[in-house]
Design a protein around this ligand. Structure first.
Ligand code: GLN
Length: 569
């Protein structure tokens, strides 16, 4: 039977509860046990699949094709256990399941209530989430409670985890509370009162934390930690300072240095070997050894919200670490490129067009791709980025005027990207196309095997086969494939069974590094190894930057003037 570590949050949101929970997982794993993580989300949507990235950030896709909270991405980047659809559930799923049971008469005429029916259902989902693979159970399951203590929405979750402590008995559960200790410049002090109040709130519900993780912009001195210990009734050694650091991958070490794993192992009565965090230490050495710089322009739609491309920015970060290179990522709003042109992109070492949905900014992305192709700038297109690379090629190289994806122009004369049900409409009979607003086929989600053609850029990266995750509806139109290939487009990867095009590229004699992938490699990247596709992309950027350097003296200052923000990874 698994033991459980519950992670709650207090004071404010956005303290990095997901990263804290994942770091606890990494630390426990480093003591030689199998760990899993579960995220409970207190909203009524069944999953975040249909939620706006503006509101919710990225949708993380698991191997088994579940559309989940972005925290599962952090989990996979910190621990080795792979997440699946059982590792994330929402209030919506809990109510859905209880109401279905009620309709089937499974409650035998009883009044169905939040306590015990909803809280029992939550506990069942937690127990189910502790399984790894076919039936195996994790020795420790870390359960992150979404939201903040005091939210109306989180109450049933908190009640459920309180009850689990009672039901499972001593040494089976451990409660970790993450709070904020703000520094007030006017007082020149770190303030512990919000933490005291937040823990009080938790104790009112009946949960006594075993460990308090205190987020602050600086290390918290002993005096303040003593105060928190006294007022919150937690031993001093269990009040931990989690301060701002240059890399999130430093957090397992910070927790280790303060004996967090010992506190948890003590609370759960686990006698384990001492932690071996050498993997994280080696990684941190690499993080501080970034001698080169590569500048990447990312042309997307959700530029104001970095959370929307979380896995992608992390994957680039990982690749940078493994190439000893600092990745300077500059975000460009594709609508701005659409209106003012793509000239400013020429100065970048590489260009990236990420995935996305909807028509807004499409033409700007196509301009960015054209700029990368014509100026021989290394280019990576992911999902929508790959589809638009096909559209750009079709329009400008194959001379298929007004070629498009039917996602944006259902009447296009050349539907080079379309729902499979629309492909046959290439005989001119536009009527055959699905003109209804309904999206047609379901999304292609999760892992799929990809065969790679020999002698291609893709084969240098992957060998002859790979497995990657997917999340899209529209496909490269195989009816038009011959035509596109004749004008030079290389289809270098396809699914094994249906021959759906997965990777496109340009001949290396035409362009040094131009690749579009229908899948999402960013979901498969972890900091310890990096992902070969991103590593090769960064290497191509470094090569390009060297080439430019040898041509002229480079002004190291910022070049672009569009609406964007710079982020140092
Ligand atoms: N909108 C495109 C599709 O559904 C691409 C999706 C994506 O980039 N994830 O096929």
């Amino acid at each position: 039977m698994s033991k459980f570590v519950f992670v709650t949050g207090g004071v404010v949101s956005s303290l990095g509860k997901g990263i804290a929970a994942a770091s606890l997982g990494a630390l426990l794993e480093s003591r030689g046990i199998r760990v899993t993580l579960i995220k409970m989300d207190p909203y009524l949507n069944i999953d975040p699949g249909t939620m706006s990235p503006f509101q919710h950030g990225e949708v993380f896709v698991t191997e088994d094709g579940a559309e989940t909270d972005l925290d599962l991405g952090h989990y996979e980047r910190f621990i080795t256990t792979k997440m699946s659809r059982i590792n994330n559930f929402t209030t919506g799923q809990i109510y859905d399941s209880v109401i279905r049971k009620e309709r089937k008469g499974q409650y035998l005429g009883k009044t169905v209530q939040v306590v015990p029916h909803i809280t029992n259902e939550i506990q069942d989902f937690i127990l189910r989430g502790a399984r790894i693979g076919a039936g195996d159970e994790a020795e420790v399951a870390i359960v992150e409670v979404g939201g903040t203590v005091g939210d109306i929405e989180s109450l049933p979750f908190l009640e459920a985890i309180r009850q689990m402590g009672l039901k499972l008995g001593t040494f089976s559960t451990c409660y970790v509370h993450l709070t904020l200790v703000p520094f007030l410049p006017s007082a020149g002090e770190l303030k512990t009162k919000p933490t005291q109040h937040s823990v009080q709130r938790l104790r009112e519900i009946g949960i006594l934390p075993n460990l308090i993780l205190c987020r602050a912009d600086r290390p918290i001195p002993e005096d303040e930690r003593e105060k928190i210990s006294l007022f919150c009734n937690v031993p001093k050694g269990a009040v931990v300072s989690v301060y701002d650091v240059d890399s999130i991958y430093r957090i397992p070490r910070i927790l280790f240095e303060q004996g967090v794993d010992d506190v948890i192992c003590g609370a759960l009565k686990l006698s384990l070997p001492t932690a071996d965090i050498s993997v994280w230490d080696e990684l941190l050495t690499k993080v501080s050894n970034t001698s080169k710089v590569v500048r990447i322009a990312m042309v997307g739609k959700y530029v104001d919200l970095k959370e929307s491309y979380k896995s992608l920015t992390e994957a680039l970060n990982h690749a940078g670490i493994h190439c000893e290179t600092k990745v300077l990522l500059e975000y460009f709003d594709s609508e701005v490129i659409e209106s003012i042109g793509s000239e400013q992109l020429v100065n970048f070492d590489a260009i990236l067009v990420p995935g996305g949905f909807g028509e807004r900014g499409i033409e700007g992305k196509i301009k960015a791709i054209e700029c990368a192709r014509l100026n021989k700038i290394p280019f990576l297109g992911i999902c929508l980025g790959m589809q638009l690379a096909v559209v750009e090629f079709a329009r400008n190289v194959s001379k298929m005027a007004k070629a498009n994806s039917t996602e944006f122009d259902v009447l296009t004369p050349y539907p080079v990207v379309a729902l499979i049900s629309e492909w046959t409409a290439n005989d001119g009979s536009i009527e055959k196309r699905n003109l209804s607003s309904e999206k047609g086929g379901t999304m292609r989600l999760g892992n799929q095997l990809i065969r790679i053609a020999e002698g291609t850029l893709a084969s240098k990266i992957y060998g002859n086969v790979t497995v990657e995750r997917h999340r899209h509806r529209y496909e490269f139109n195989n009816v038009l494939r011959d035509f596109l290939q004749k004008s030079g487009l290389v289809c270098s990867g396809e699914t094994e069974k249906e021959s759906l095009v997965e990777i496109i590229e340009l001949c290396t004699s035409e362009h040094p590094w131009f690749l579009g992938v229908q899948f999402h490699p960013e979901f498969n990247s972890n900091p310890r190894e990096g992902h070969p596709l991103f590593i090769e992309f960064i290497k191509a950027g470094i090569m390009n930057s060297k080439k430019k350097l040898s041509k002229r003296e480079v002004d190291a200052g910022p070049v672009s003037k569009g609406k964007h923000e710079t982020s140092k990874l």
